[in-house]
Design a protein around this ligand. Structure first.
Ligand SMILES: [Zn+2]
Length: 223
């Protein structure tokens, strides 16, 4: 994204013809280009220094945007912050600076608040959560079978299927009594829609097919 200068900084917006003052909203000293926002703004450069000047390297503040991003995203050397790799801290650094810049613009935050401790907290939390995440989600196997309904009840099972989503869909179902005896069944071509709607159409068809004759209602309620 940055490689295409597509982050909506003020400088980028002005170059696209949008009527906006291109000056940096944090320092008001230069146009807000992507590299200014993320690195060269006094607010951002102080943040990087606070994160650990020993990890910045001699060209940190002179590289072009693409080289700067690539070099720091590849740098796996462990920082002094709980041995979290520098590229993790760097990624959270540019993300947090962008978030904070938006708070300055849209929520009137003061652009002087130090955020390096927030960056380290985010990076440390991510690093240790990702490190300890299980590689595989344990699978719980459960046998599924048809269960008969309560006595004198009926059970309707329906299903919809689709070739493509959206695509050609069909649906069908079966109505059984409390002994599992087939009572009614149906299936039809529904047309072209999504798999989710195919399920709903099949359920609708099933409810219509299962609707008892009027005299059943009368008998049930003793009328
Ligand atoms: Zn600035």
């Amino acid at each position: 994204m940055c490689y295409h200068n597509s982050i909506a900084t003020r400088d980028c917006l002005a170059k696209r013809g949008i009527q906006v003052n291109p000056t940096c909203p944090c320092c008001f000293q230069a146009d807000e280009s992507v590299i200014h926002l993320l690195r060269d703004c006094p607010f951002s450069s102080a943040c990087w220094q606070n994160l650990g000047s020993q990890y910045l390297g001699p060209h940190f503040f002179t590289q072009d945007l693409q080289s700067w991003l690539e070099d720091n995203c590849r740098k796996r050397s462990f920082s002094s912050i709980l041995s979290v790799p520098w590229n993790t801290i760097f990624a959270f650094g540019i993300w947090t600076i962008w978030l904070y810049r938006n708070k300055v613009v849209f929520q009137n935050y003061a652009p002087t608040t130090p955020i390096h401790s927030e960056i380290t907290h985010r990076a440390v939390e991510y690093f240790f959560c990702a490190q300890n995440a299980p590689l595989k989600i344990p699978r719980l196997e459960r046998l599924v079978r048809w269960r008969r309904p309560y006595r004198s009840w009926f059970k309707l099972n329906t299903d919809g299927s689709a070739i493509g989503n959206p695509g050609t869909v069909g649906g069908g179902g079966i109505l059984r009594d409390d002994s599992g005896i087939w009572v009614k069944g149906f299936a039809r071509n529904i047309g072209t829609t999504t798999s989710f709607l195919a399920e709903l159409w099949a359920l609708r068809d099933g409810l219509i097919v299962s609707r008892p004759p009027n005299h059943c209602f009368r008998n049930r309620f003793g009328c």
